[in-house]
Ligand binder design. Structure first.
Ligand SMILES: Cc1ncc(COP(=O)(O)O)c(C=O)c1O
Length: 385
């Protein structure tokens, strides 16, 4: 049977990135001795108050349909949280509650671009970006980065055409941990004004940045910035699928219409739990930051002096890129050989783009025993190369 052109756009590039990770997860489920350092899902529990709230709401029968844009209570809490963090004066009318930042990215991309358009994002990028942005029908253009994965603004400018609709980035970035600074943002903002572009800022890791804050353009350009956020990383709530989009009112209105088509409203008891989560955001974010600081230092120490590899210590987040080019292996070759010989699963840097081919990405948001053992196995593996 024949599928739509959409199917082509959402498969292919990036889709194989996770195969070694899935293989490792299946092996772990069978009880085998594998160390999984390939996915950003911290071994922390959801804060107890959030769990209790969800249970309380379930017991109270909060199991019916909810408004498509999300309940007023959660949209209000998101607006307050976002305003406090970014300085933008957002209200409930600017907010749509969605099933994670991934869902919000999908919604945003469908709202701002279509067939024949172009969306630019910085390489390296989270592997779901190409398919998600191209689901809109637009082509995704990779803007190069330079020295330690900072955006190359001149190159970005040269890639903008009459077809460009939006520039999308994540700050802090996954996989590099780069936090865009004020001058970079100002330059991106000027390009957006000059060419009348949307700006989509994925701030799913913002709570993990120093002080829980990243510079942004939302306050300066609320008419063109769409901010994506979620509780997945800041609150160790990846499985709750709880996130949002904050943007101009017409963006929120159109997003609501799209939610009517594809979701018809998210679970109410999860939204109520999200209100509780947002109320304790400062302490939840401090918890994950402290956790990441300790684990990052542990990974840096564990990888120190291992021949043929070089760790690039990130500014923020839960991932570390490791340059493996001196090993003579590609990122993919390193990932496969490491998994096959030592049963440690990492991610091939090429999954994130051209700039990180020759790197692997290690997630350090895991328990200390796994982290230490993973480092030992990597050391043994490299010694044999
Ligand atoms: C940069 C980036 N954006 C979005 C997501 C998806 O987040 P969520 O769980 O909120 O959908 C991830 C998940 O790892 C990510 O790394």
């Amino acid at each position: 049977m024949k599928f739509s052109p959409l199917v082509q756009r959402i498969t292919g590039e990036g889709a194989d990135a996770w195969l070694t990770h899935y293989e490792a997860s299946a092996a772990r489920d069978r009880g085998e001795d594998v160390i999984i350092l390939s996915v950003g899902d911290p071994d922390l529990d959801t804060p107890p108050a959030v769990v209790e709230k969800a249970i309380e709401r379930l017991r109270a029968g909060d199991t019916h349909y909810s408004p498509a844009a999300g309940r007023r209570s959660v949209r209000q809490a998101i607006a307050a949280y976002h305003s406090q963090r970014t300085g933008q004066n957002a209200t409930t009318d600017n907010v749509v509650y969605l099933s994670g930042a991934q869902n919000a990215l999908f919604v945003a991309s469908l709202l701002v671009a279509g067939s024949g358009d172009e969306i630019i994002s910085f390489d390296p990028m989270y592997p779901t970006y190409p398919a998600t942005l191209q689901a809109s029908g637009a082509s995704m253009i990779r803007a190069p980065t330079r020295g330690n994965f900072r955006p190359d603004i001149a190159a970005l400018g040269s890639l903008i055409t009459a077809r460009t609709r939006a520039i999308v980035w994540a700050t802090p970035n996954n996989p590099s941990g780069v936090i865009l600074h004020e001058e970079e943002l100002a330059a991106i903002g000027s390009l957006a004004e000059k060419h009348d572009l949307w700006l989509i800022s994925d701030e799913v890791y913002a709570g993990l940045a120093p002080g829980g804050h990243v510079p942004g353009l939302a306050a300066r350009m609320p008419e063109r910035v769409i901010t994506l956020g979620s509780l997945s990383k800041s609150h160790a709530m990846t499985g709750w699928r709880s996130g949002w989009l904050v943007g101009p009112r017409d963006v929120a209105n159109h997003a609501e219409s799209l939610v009517m088509c594809m979701l018809f409203g998210a679970p109410g008891f999860v939204q109520e739990a999200a209100v509780t989560a947002l109320a304790i955001a400062p302490e939840a974010e401090r918890r994950i930051r402290d956790y990441c600081d300790l684990r990052r230092a542990r990974l840096v120490a564990g990888l120190e002096d291992i021949p043929k590899i070089r760790a690039v210590v990130p500014e923020a987040g839960m991932f570390m890129l490791v340059d493996v080019r001196e090993s003579g292996l590609s990122g993919y070759g390193f990932m496969r050989a490491l998994y096959e010989s030592e049963h440690v699963s990492v991610l091939d840097g090429a999954a994130f783009g051209l700039e990180t081919a020759g790197f692997v990405r290690i997630c350090f948001a895991t328990d200390e025993v796994s982290l230490d053992s993973g480092c030992e196995r990597i050391r043994r593996f490299c010694a044999r190369l």
